[in-house]
Write a protein that binds this ligand. Structure first.
Ligand SMILES: Cc1cc2nc3c(=O)[nH]c(=O)nc-3n(C[C@H](O)[C@H](O)[C@H](O)COP(=O)(O)OP(=O)(O)OC[C@H]3O[C@@H](n4cnc5c(N)ncnc54)[C@H](O)[C@@H]3O)c2cc1C
Length: 403
């Protein structure tokens, strides 16, 4: 008898977590196929360390296949089109049929949406861009550095601020004080985490001498002096421009009938089910509205936990049980500050009156927690990974953090 097929599109944070959980619980009863266009996986949270030379590219990327459990078939191919009715996916390696599908294709970067971005800004959100930032900071002899957030939503609302803290720390240790500024269309940092967290983060920026420019939506960048022109009529120049490009939903889901007007996939916020039976979407490719007209941030912590929920519910259906797993909207994130210290935000994004998030004071333990998490994620699947998982669980339990 032919085995039922569970197809996973995208082998980033969400795709890996889903595939590995399915493989560990299915004991060969189902066929688990993961499709990704890349051979190597880059652990994006480590890019903020890479820009100041604390990681090399090889430290933070691994062949994707090495991170997958035995029992997951990896196919390196591009997903071209999804037909949710016929239950087929067109890929560059040919058509694939599925019984159950998890879409975890992330968000695409679209620097071309801001005229001048590609020619002037160094892209914080790619391995190549972060490598170039690292080289530029090594030789930096200018005065003004700008970090520009082009538009919302973007992955990991904390990342541009982490980059600012890391750069400020790196250059001040080298005796090179600079004028470092963050420009963003947002009213305060990380608005999805609420105003209290935003104000706390703003105070941390100010305490380090980093200038914060809210309500600055860039319309174009002119090459001479890296001049950023904003919708509010202002413009600014700098010697080094570091950018977070606009994000957009991946092309592969565009004509699938699964998406909203903006191209993202709406899902049930508890089960991650789409409107088509047997098809789930997780992570950055989804959109989940929150109280207060906000949306769940795009972050690996959510992709990870949502993957486990979607996988558990697929297994339940296949095994003839009622699917009872639910994603509860809880999440956490270390905010790297430089100097081996990090702040820590955690809380309930599904809280009724809007996200209830707390930002804890910077401490070395949050930094080391993130280092341990990085090591765990990038360990080859097997004993070493399991041992690190146990250590992380024990550490989190001691601090009262759900893991
Ligand atoms: C600088 C930076 C720092 C970050 N720090 C943190 C942090 O500290 N904490 C946190 O929680 N999150 C962080 N994030 C965000 C986190 O990396 C993402 O939210 C997370 O990776 C989302 O997981 P995902 O599975 O939805 O998508 P991804 O991990 O992006 O995976 C998508 C996968 O789909 C593949 N793909 C896309 N299109 C196709 C196609 N057409 N065909 C085949 N394959 C395709 C891609 O190659 C990719 O492997 C950070 C991100 C950045 C950029």
């Amino acid at each position: 008898m032919e085995l039922k097929t569970i197809l996973i599109l995208g082998g980033g944070i969400g795709g890996q977590a889903a595939a590995n959980m399915l493989a560990s619980h299915s004991a060969g009863r189902y066929r688990i196929i993961l499709v990704d266009q890349q051979r190597d996986f880059v652990f994006a949270p480590s890019l903020v360390w890479m820009i100041v030379g604390q990681r090399a590219p090889d430290d933070i990327q691994r062949p994707l296949e090495a991170l997958l459990r035995t029992g997951v078939e990896f196919v390196q191919a591009e997903t071209l089109r999804i037909d949710p009715v016929k239950k087929t996916v067109e890929t560059s390696a040919g058509p694939m049929n599925f019984d159950h599908l998890i879409i975890s294709l992330g968000a695409d970067l679209a620097p071309e949406k801001v005229p001048g971005f590609q020619e002037t800004a160094l892209n914080l959100y790619t391995l190549e861009g972060s490598s170039r930032i690292q080289k530029s900071l090594e030789d930096f002899s200018g005065r003004k550095i700008a970090i520009l957030i082009a538009s919302s939503p973007f992955k990991c609302p904390a990342a541009p601020y982490e980059a600012a803290f890391m750069i400020q720390d790196f250059l001040s240790r080298r005796g090179k004080p600079v004028e470092l500024s963050v420009f963003t269309p947002e009213p305060y940092p990380m608005p999805t985490a609420g105003q209290k967290v935003g104000e706390a983060l703003k105070a941390l920026l100010e305490s380090k001498g980093i200038r914060f420019h809210p309500d600055h939506k860039v319309t174009r960048i002119e090459p001479a002096g890296n001049r950023m022109v904003f919708a509010n009529g202002k413009s600014e120049t700098c010697d080094l421009l570091i950018g977070v490009p606009p994000h957009q939903a991946p092309n592969a889901v565009k004509d699938s009938g699964l998406v909203n007007e903006a191209g993202w996939i709406p899902v049930d916020r508890g089960t991650l089910a789409t409107k088509y039976a047997g098809i789930y979407a997780i992570g950055d490719v989804t959109t989940i509205p929150l109280a207060g007209a906000k949306a769940l941030p795009k972050a690996g912590i959510f992709a990870h936990h949502q993957a486990e929920v979607a996988a558990a519910n697929i297994l339940a259906r296949l095994d003839g049980r009622a699917p009872g797993a639910r994603f509860d909207g809880n999440g956490w994130c270390a905010v790297e500050m430089g100097g081996g210290s990090a702040a820590f935000g955690s809380g309930d994004f599904y809280a009724e009156g809007g996200p209830q998030i707390e930002l804890r004071t910077p401490a070395p333990s949050w930094h080391w927690g993130k280092v341990l998490f990085e090591k765990w994620w990038l360990s080859p699947f097997g004993l070493r990974r399991e041992a690190l998982r146990l250590a992380l669980k024990l550490g989190a339990a001691a601090k009262g953090i759900p893991f």
